[in-house]
Design a protein around this ligand. Structure first.
Ligand code: ADP
Ligand code: MG
Length: 406
């Protein structure tokens, strides 16, 4: 196969994509993905230099590998920093052996960076960032055609950003609530053995609304159950407040599940013989920090239904009670597994509007869904594929629930 010919086609497609894009962010993410795939690399990142702001270089789009959310480089730091300062394309065979390499990134994310093409993003006047293509899978060094493709992407990106402006809203380094490192999960034995998760790395950050997208059966619920301490990974770690819960005792895991996490499920899981209020009290052992059942029901707009039994409420109302139940202990993290999958469109919007308020109040929410439209509400979207985090996108302009259509 002639790479050159192939690459011309890729450049042509990227040009069209960036010109016709409704969302430049989306188009850049797809373009980066095309280049990573064409070169046969493992990962890729587009960095922007926030020169007028904090003077640091921030990752804005990345494909595969590490979770870079909230991390940034000072100008001149690492290979990206050097490329941004010097404005010159750099090809590195093994980053680990390069004097410029800023290894605090790999240390934080668990990813191992080996080979890299790093190309500056240059507009008419100055360097505005850079693009990295990371770890050529076959182990060979990038050839001239690979470098040229990365340079073409950089040129087209710089032109598109210049023409359309990119409102990036550089993320601050927010505190990490929970970290997953190299999570794998295998079900069954011998012939029936299936490996569902193949090394998931992810940091969940304070106050974010994170959506995990992926096709049915790709392991979203499995991952959520591991995060929430309802299941254990086959290998890897789940780190919360400095402690690894992957191999913690049953007691420690139960305490974590009870106090640190709130759950919202597709099938509301309310007790039919208890009123809305009793369903909240039922979870018991409320601490000093907890809300009262009234406060929690008020926060989902259902105080007046507190004496109703689940059967006396609509599906949307029942799901709102289950949101209140997740909130009552003020957990550090709320996990929602397809919370609107059983609801019609109007009711879904009702429930999402309540969740929107919950996020505004500062709750950290992780939602798993196969509904791409809901992802528009998120601050950050993770796409799962093949048992790993395949893509991460920062969304700097989250939509409101009322804007969603499906
Ligand atoms: N307890 C289990 N035992 C065996 N296989 C399971 C179990 N739980 C999930 N799986 C399998 O793992 C895969 C991922 O399931 P799941 O995490 O529910 O996917 P998703 O939530 O993305 O639809 C599926 O193939 C499913 O059949
Ligand atoms: Mg599921």
């Amino acid at each position: 196969m002639n790479n050159k010919v192939n690459y011309t086609q890729v450049v042509w497609e990227i040009t069209r994509l960036l010109q016709e894009a409704e969302s430049l962010e989306e188009a850049l993410r797809i373009s980066l993905g095309m280049v990573v795939k064409s070169v046969g690399a493992e990962a890729g990142t587009i960095w922007f230099y926030n020169k007028e702001g904090d003077g640091r270089i921030h990752p804005s789009f990345w494909i595969g590998g590490a979770d870079l959310t909230g991390l940034s480089l000072s100008a001149g730091e690492g290979i990206a920093g050097a490329v941004v300062e010097e404005g010159k394309t750099t090809v590195v065979k093994d980053c680990q052996k390069d004097a410029r390499w800023a290894d605090r990134f790999d240390k934080k994310t668990g990813f191992v960076t080996k080979s890299m093409i790093c190309v500056p993003l240059i507009n008419k006047y100055e360097v505005i960032g850079c693009i990295q293509i990371i770890n050529k899978k076959d182990g060979s060094l990038y050839d001239d055609a690979d470098v040229e493709l990365a340079e073409n992407l950089a040129m087209l990106t710089a032109i598109a950003v210049d023409a359309n402006g990119l409102n990036l809203g550089f993320a601050e380094e927010k505190q990490i609530v929970l970290s997953l490192r190299d999570i794998t999960k295998t079900f069954g034995k011998d012939e029936t053995k299936v490996q569902v998760l193949r090394g998931v790395n992810l940091d969940i950050r304070e106050g974010e609304f994170l959506v995990i997208l992926g096709e049915s059966g790709c392991g979203k619920s499995t991952l959520l159950n591991i995060i929430g301490g309802m299941d254990r990974p086959t290998s890897g770690s789940v780190i919360f407040e400095g402690k690894d819960y992957a191999n913690a005792s049953e007691e420690a895991l139960t305490a974590f599940r009870r106090n640190a996490v709130g759950f919202i499920f597709q099938a509301y899981n309310l007790m039919p013989t208890l009123t809305a209020e009793e369903n909240l009290d039922f979870i018991g052992e409320l601490s000093d920090n907890s809300m009262t059942a009234e406060e929690a029901l008020e926060s989902v707009g259902l105080l007046e239904k507190r004496k109703n039994y689940p059967a006396q409420m609509s599906g949307g109302q029942q799901q709102r009670v289950s949101i209140a139940r997740a909130l009552v202990k003020r957990p550090r993290l709320i996990l929602a597994d397809e919370p609107t999958a059983a609801l019609d469109y109007e009711t879904s919007i009702e429930v999402l509007t309540v969740l929107e308020e919950v996020i505004k109040a500062g709750t950290t929410l992780l939602m798993v869904t196969h509904n791409e439209e809901i992802a528009k509400m998120a601050n950050r979207v993770i796409r799962m594929q093949g048992g790993v985090v395949a893509e991460v996108t920062m969304n700097n302009h989250p939509a409101s629930a009322k804007e969603l259509v499906w």
